[in-house]
Ligand binder design. Sequence first.
Ligand SMILES: Nc1ncnc2c1ncn2[C@@H]1O[C@H](COP(=O)(O)OP(=O)(O)OP(=O)(O)O)[C@@H](O)[C@H]1O
Ligand SMILES: [Mg+2]
Length: 254
Amino acid sequence: MLKEVNATRFIAPLREGGSLPGLVEADDFETYVLKFTGAGQGRKTLIAEVVCGELARRLGLRVPRLVTIGLDPVLGVGEPDERVQDLLRSSGGTNLGMDFLSGALGFDPLAFPVDAEEAGRIVWFDALVNNVDRSWRNPNLLRWHGELWLIDHGATMIWHHNWPGAEASAARPYDASDHALAAFAPDVAAAAADLAPLVTEDLLAEVTAEIPDVWLSDEPGFAAPDEVRRAYARPLLTRAAVVHERITGLEGTR
Ligand SMILES: Nc1ncnc2c1ncn2[C@@H]1O[C@H](COP(=O)(O)OP(=O)(O)OP(=O)(O)O)[C@@H](O)[C@H]1O
Ligand SMILES: [Mg+2]
């Protein structure tokens, strides 16, 4: 289970983010990036962060530790920024938190070469979860202590917005032509050979078990949270076996 902490102080909004994540201090005295459950994109964004973040971690990719952050809307009282105040007010209860990588730099492909093997693993993973938010314009990769860290998996698994069409949607190809690592000759064949066998039913059950019940309990069309968890696992299991053959847009960049 993800560690559960409670926010004790709102420090500042992280301005770059489209969803306006915030920096908070929690009752374990750590500093976290908080993604609000009341943000425009809704809590499915947070579920995607958990599923993809925890899956990536288990596949050996670097992802900051995830926690859940309990938020008392009263923290918004006295917050001068109206947008932040609204978010704090509408996000009482369970939110997502992520270790704040202090001093991390945004990934710059010109300043930080990535080897073909690592690029391949990241592109393959992004194809698996259908991540449309790792473009060279907005890589959502951080450089911290000389290594690459993956953040921001909110815009993935588009199929979770329409469960009846999930199977068909998950069968679609992944266009990697805009991917932040497309220029590093990503070796997706090697990545697929190494990583696809790891994406088992058991691993996906472990990963989806990390989704807090409260984000799943009233999902329309499902009787219980575990049913929704299985719906998250199924397309990933199917896709893991075939997705490397469905990655397009890398040819001209090798
Ligand atoms: N764990 C972290 N440690 C350090 N900095 C972070 C962390 N998470 C996010 N940031 C910084 O905050 C910015 C916004 O975060 P993130 O991309 O997760 O938010 P978002 O609202 O989903 O963004 P967008 O939609 O613009 O991609 C990042 O680009 C990065 O600069
Ligand atoms: Mg981002």
